[in-house]
Ligand binder design. Structure first.
Ligand code: NAP
Ligand code: FER
Length: 340
């Protein structure tokens, strides 16, 4: 934490298709000074998330794009180095949005203080943060799984999917997870207690789903869209619910992907509903109470994929979009003084 310069990763060019390391550049700039009501913090952990692929593309969707030559956005855990805000003291740990850089100035109002005795600091970027709330709110408020129903989730070993499947089990559902490797399949079944895992790269989806969900599918928590959604739709039940949470199979696409047959949605009077985690802040306290409790009781397990060094963020992010990550992807930017 004693660097005298700020290291930043900036966007050099807008990726076409899969991002390349040359789309990013590491630069050094002076450490900024906090103004009135602001704090300076040093980044400990940087969260890497699929939504960042959209932010480095041109064109606004639900959030503005990152400008060329600007620092890439991202959620962080950081430690206060200087404070001009009465609610934050030097040494405090905060949930911040420093982006892909080692230091940043923030307005006090945008920060949430973290208590490292409650949970490891990095959990606030994953199971106890944005991805965890995404899992909890979209599953419980849109998916509404009932005891004995069948829930299918894609990207099932990841930050969102692993939490979705475990909460669905806690609610008494039969849970089927779709993943991209045998190691991930073993993990969701043997460690997390999913009923069945399907490897989307080696198994034929239609027959694997039929076998895994012999009574049909009541909830499909969609993290991917594409061919997985297409296959799932053929086996949905009357009144199925489909939280549409992510379309990662299309994030690197260079042309419009061919769409699934949506006819079963009509025939089955299914609800398919788009989801943005920012609409669900009102569920944050319920989420934190329930998920912290399940973590503490051992009913919910959590796996992180920690890559050391800010300079490795571009390569790790490229891998996230390919499925190389196994668990919630976090960059360890500086040593965590609270970690054992
Ligand atoms: P993650 O699952 O930890 O990592 C991404 C995973 O996506 C990869 O490990 C890979 O897993 C899978 N994947 C990559 N390419 C794929 C493809 N072509 N087809 C199918 N799967 C593919 O990421 P996460 O943070 O939990 O995010 C999961 C999804 O939730 C993303 O779509 C993200 O955009 C979405 N999300 C949405 C919101 C919202 O508010 N709407 C908020 C947070 C996250 P496998 O190789 O194992 O399949
Ligand atoms: C947000 C809304 C959506 C947000 C992230 C997302 C970081 C993620 C969307 C996606 O991954 O598709 O406010 O904050």
């Amino acid at each position: 934490m004693s660097d005298l310069i700020n290291k930043q990763i900036i966007l050099k060019s807008r990726p076409v298709g899969e991002p390349k390391e040359s789309d990013f550049a590491l630069v050094e700039t002076p450490i900024p000074e906090p103004g009135e009501g602001e704090i300076l913090s040093c980044t400990i952990y940087l969260s890497l998330d699929p939504y960042m692929r959209g932010r480095i593309s041109a064109g606004e969707s639900y959030a503005a794009s990152v400008e060329l030559d600007s620092v890439i956005v991202g959620g962080t855990v950081s430690q206060v180095i200087k404070s001009n805000h009465p609610q934050f003291q030097v040494g405090d740990f905060v949930l911040s949005n420093n982006g892909w850089q080692t230091y940043a100035v923030s307005k006090g109002e945008t920060l949430r203080k973290l208590d490292p005795t409650q949970a490891p600091l990095s959990y606030s970027l994953g199971v106890l943060g944005m991805p965890g709330l995404t899992a909890y709110a979209a599953l419980l408020d849109i998916g509404q799984p009932k005891e004995g129903e069948t829930v299918v989730v894609s990207a099932a070993s990841g930050a969102v999917g692993a939490v979705v499947g475990q909460i669905a089990k806690i609610k008494g559902a039969r849970v089927v997870g779709i993943v991209g490797s045998d190691d991930k399949r073993d993990y969701i079944v043997k460690e997390l207690g999913f009923n069945v895992g399907i490897n989307r790269k080696t198994q034929e989806l239609d027959s694997a789903l039929k076998e895994a969900a012999p009574n049909g599918i009541d909830v499909y928590y969609d993290n991917t869209a594409g061919v997985i959604l297409e296959a799932v739709l053929q086996q949905i039940n009357l009144g199925a619910r489909i939280p549409l949470v992510g379309l990662i199979s299309e994030y690197n696409a260079t042309s419009t992907p061919s769409g699934p047959n949506l006819m079963p949605l009509l025939i089955k009077r299914a609800l398919i509903k788009g989801f943005l985690v920012s609409d669900y802040q009102h569920r944050f306290n319920d989420f934190l109470r329930d998920v912290s409790g399940w973590l503490q009781s051992g009913q919910l397990k959590y796996k992180e994929d920690v890559v050391v060094g800010l300079e490795n963020a571009p390569r790790a992010f490229i891998g996230l979009l390919r499925g190389d990550n196994f668990g919630k992807l976090i960059i360890k930017v500086n040593d965590d003084p609270t970690a054992g």
